[in-house]
Design a protein. Structure first.
Length: 227
C-alpha cells in the first residue's frame, strides 16, 4: 500500500466521530418513535412499520447531512492548499518566516528554527506550510463518503437495539426492558465519544442517559396526549 493511500489518524477519527453521532441519533430517534406510537397503539405491526420507516429515513437523513457538512470542510481544505501554493510563489519569505516562528514558539532557538525551516521548505515546501499553519496533510482531506457511510450504518445498527427489544419483549416488561436497552446503548456511545474527545466519561455517559430518558418521556407523553 502506498503512503498516499493510507488514512491519517484525523481521517480515521472523522469516520469514527460520524459513526458515534449516527449511533446516538439512531437510538434517540427510533426509541422516540417507538414510545410515541406505543402510547397511541399497542399494535406490533404499527410499531414495526413506523420504526422501520423512521430507521431508514433517519439513516439517509443523517448520512446526507454528514456528506454535506464534510464536503464543505473538504472544499475549504482544498481551497487552502491552492492559496498556500500561490503564496509560496508570491511570498516565499513570508511563508518561511511563519515556519521559523512556528518552531521558535516550541522553544527552539532562532538559528535551529531557521535551519529546520530551510531544510523542510527545501524538501517539501507545500507540505511543510500546510502542516505548520493548518495541521493539514497534503492529499488527505476529510472524506464526505466515509463520513456518510459511517453515519448511515451506525444509525441503522444502533437504532435496531430499541426497535428489536420493544418488538420482541411483550407484556409488562416491554417498556422497562426497552428503556434498559436504550440506556445501555446510550451509555456506550457516551463512553466512546468521551474517549475520542478526551472528555469526562462519567459526564458524557450521564448526559446521554438523561437525554435519552427525557426523549422517551416527551414522546410517550405526546403519544398519550393525542392518543
Amino acid at each position: 500500500m502506498s503512503k498516499k493511500s493510507k488514512m491519517t489518524m484525523d481521517e480515521k477519527l472523522n469516520s469514527v466521530r460520524a459513526g458515534v453521532l449516527g449511533s446516538n441519533d439512531g437510538i434517540l430517534t427510533v426509541v422516540g418513535v417507538l414510545f410515541s406510537v406505543s402510547a397511541v397503539s399497542g399494535s406490533s405491526f404499527a410499531l414495526l412499520i413506523s420504526s422501520l420507516a423512521n430507521l431508514v429515513s433517519g439513516a439517509f437523513s443523517m448520512a446526507s447531512g454528514e456528506y454535506a457538512s464534510v464536503s464543505s470542510q473538504s472544499d475549504s481544505e482544498k481551497a487552502i492548499v491552492e492559496q498556500e501554493r500561490d503564496l509560496l510563489l508570491t511570498d516565499f519569505e513570508g511563508q518561511r518566516q511563519f515556519v521559523v516562528n512556528f518552531y521558535q514558539e516550541k522553544g527552539i532557538s532562532v538559528e535551529t528554527s531557521e535551519e529546520i525551516a530551510d531544510e523542510l521548505l527545501n524538501k517539501k515546501p507545500l507540505e511543510t506550510v500546510l502542516a505548520t499553519k493548518y495541521d493539514i496533510s497534503l492529499g488527505h482531506y476529510a472524506s464526505p463518503f466515509q463520513a456518510a457511510w459511517s453515519s448511515f450504518f451506525s444509525f441503522g445498527i444502533a437504532g435496531l437495539f430499541p426497535m428489536v427489544t420493544m418488538l420482541f419483549v411483550k407484556g409488562n416488561l416491554q417498556f422497562p426492558v426497552t428503556i434498559l436497552a436504550t440506556v445501555v446503548a446510550l451509555s456506550l456511545t457516551g463512553y466512546i465519544s468521551a474517549k475520542l474527545s478526551d472528555g469526562f466519561v462519567k459526564k458524557a455517559v450521564l448526559r446521554n442517559i438523561i437525554i435519552g430518558l427525557i426523549t422517551i418521556a416527551i414522546h410517550y407523553g405526546i403519544g398519550k396526549l393525542f392518543g
